[in-house]
Design a binder for this molecule. Structure first.
Ligand code: TRP
Length: 384
C-alpha cells in the first residue's frame, strides 16, 4: 500500500526493503553470511551488520570465498560532492572502514565532482570542487588506513577517462535510459557518466566489493552486464538502508532540507537544538497517555538513529525499546540521550576533521604515483 521510490537521485516514501530486494534482484544479507564474516575476521560484527543496516548484497558470498582462498578482493565506494556531508552520508563509510581494517584490503574512494556538476543545474564546477575538498576531510576523519586507501576526485584523476572509454563502448543509450531514466533533455555528460562510476570496479584484477546505500545499485547492475566481456569480475556489493531525516522515517536525510539533517560540521550546540526542536518521535500526545499506552519506537526517529549508529550497546537499546513500550520513558528523555550521543560524536569527528587537513595529500590518488599504480593494475584486455 505504501508507495515508495528509490533511484540514484531520489528516495521517497516509506521504503519497504524486502520489496526492494525483489525489485532490484539482489539477495538478502543472511545470518549465515554474517556468521562467516565474523568467523573470517575473528571479530564481533559491528552494529551496521548486526542490526541489518546493511541488509542486501550481490556476490558477497563470492567475496568471502575469494578471501578464504587467498585470491583476495578490494573495496570501492564514493561520494558525490554536492554540499556538506551529514550523518546519513558518513555511516556507510564507517562500515567500509571496518571491512578494510578486518580484511586488510585496498579501498578506492571516488569523489564525483564531475557528476554533481553535470547533474545539478544550480552547482558550478567551482562549487563541486569546493565540496569535494570539504567532503574529503570528513571521509579522512573516519580513520581509514592511509597505506591502503586511495581517494581520487574525477576532475583531477583524469586517467579515469581512459578506463571509462572501453566501458562506454559497452553501454548503448537504450540500456542507460532503461536503467537511469534518461530523456531527450538529459545532458550528454550525464549519459556518459555511468561509465566513469563503473571504472573503479576494474582498478584491480580481483573481485570488487562496494559498500554503499542501495540507491547506487543501478550502476552496479549495469556493470555486471558487461564486466565479464571485458575480462573482469562482475562487481559485488553490500547495500545499506537509508538514514531518515529528523522529521520522519520516510525518504532519506536530505541535504536540501537543512533542518531535517545533522551535518558533520554543525556546531554541536546547534545540532542539539535542531534535534530537540524537529525530531519526530513515536510518543503519545500527552504525558498521561504516554504513561498509560506507552510509546511507539517503530515510528520514532530518535530510536532509529540510536539503532543505526548512536547506541552501540545492544542490551541498552533493547532496554530502551521495552521501557518506551511500557510507558516508562518520555520522548524528552530519549531526545536528551540522543543529543548527548550526537554531540560527543560531532566533537570527536570535528577534531579528526581538523587533523585531516594535513593528511589530504597522503590519501590522494593522483599524479605520477597514481599513473604508475594504475598501469600496474590495468587488466590485460584494456592494455592492448
Ligand atoms: N553517485 C554517488 C553519489 O551521488 C557517488 C559515487 C561514485 C559512489 N562512486 C560511488 C557512491 C561508489 C557509492 C559507491 O553520491
Amino acid at each position: 500500500m505504501d508507495e515508495f521510490k528509490v533511484t540514484p537521485w531520489d528516495v521517497e516514501g516509506l521504503v519497504d526493503y524486502n520489496k526492494l530486494i525483489e525489485e532490484f534482484g539482489t539477495s538478502p544479507l543472511t545470518d549465515e553470511l554474517l556468521e562467516k564474516t565474523a568467523q573470517l575476521t575473528k571479530s564481533e560484527l559491528p552494529l551496521y551488520f548486526r542490526r541489518r543496516f546493511f541488509f542486501s548484497h550481490r556476490d558477497y558470498d563470492k567475496v568471502l570465498q575469494d578471501y578464504e582462498s587467498g585470491k583476495g578482493f578490494f573495496l570501492y565506494t564514493g561520494r558525490g560532492p554536492s554540499g556538506p556531508m551529514h550523518i546519513g552520508h558518513i555511516i556507510p563509510f564507517f562500515a567500509t572502514k571496518w571491512l578494510q581494517e578486518k580484511f586488510k584490503v585496498n579501498l578506492y574512494i571516488q569523489i564525483t565532482d564531475d557528476e554533481k556538476f553535470l547533474f545539478k543545474d544550480k552547482l558550478t564546477f567551482e562549487d563541486t570542487r569546493y565540496w569535494a575538498y570539504q567532503n574529503i576531510l570528513d571521509i579522512i576523519a573516519v580513520g581509514f588506513d592511509p597505506d591502503r586507501t586511495f581517494i581520487f576526485q574525477d576532475s583531477e584523476f583524469t586517467q579515469i577517462y581512459e578506463m571509462a572509454i572501453p566501458i562506454a563502448k559497452k553501454i548503448n543509450f537504450s540500456m542507460a535510459r532503461a536503467v537511469f531514466g534518461f530523456t531527450e533533455q538529459s545532458k550528454i555528460g550525464m549519459i556518459f557518466y555511468p561509465a566513469i562510476q563503473a571504472a573503479p570496479t576494474f582498478f584491480e584484477k580481483k573481485r570488487c566489493l562496494i559498500p554503499a546505500a542501495i540507491d547506487q545499485d543501478p550502476y552496479w547492475r549495469l556493470q555486471r552486464d558487461f564486466a565479464e566481456s571485458l575480462g573482469y569480475y562482475k562487481t559485488a556489493a553490500l547495500h545499506s538502508k537509508f538514514v531518515p531525516g529528523l522529521m520522519g522515517l520516510e525518504g532519506k536525510m536530505s541535504a536540501s532540507k537543512p533542518e531535517t539533517a545533522v551535518y558533520l560540521t554543525d556546531d554541536p550546540e546547534e545540532a542539539g537544538k535542531k534535534i530537540w526542536k524537529y525530531t519526530l518521535t513515536g510518543g503519545q500526545p500527552t504525558l498521561k497517555e504516554q504513561r498509560e499506552k506507552g510509546g511507539n519506537p517503530e515510528k520514532c526517529v530518535v530510536f532509529k538513529w540510536l539503532e543505526i549508529f548512536f547506541e552501540e550497546d545492544d542490551k541498552k537499546l533493547m532496554e530502551r525499546y521495552h521501557a518506551c513500550k511500557a510507558g516508562e520513558l518520555t520522548c524528552g528523555e530519549c531526545k536528551r540521550y540522543l543529543i548527548k550521543k550526537v554531540q560527543e560524536f560531532l566533537i570527536d569527528h570535528q577534531k579528526k576533521r581538523k587533523e585531516a587537513e594535513k593528511q589530504v595529500e597522503k590519501f590522494k590518488y593522483t599524479g605520477e604515483l597514481a599513473r604508475e599504480q594504475w598501469e600496474r593494475s590495468i587488466p590485460e584486455p584494456l592494455k592492448g
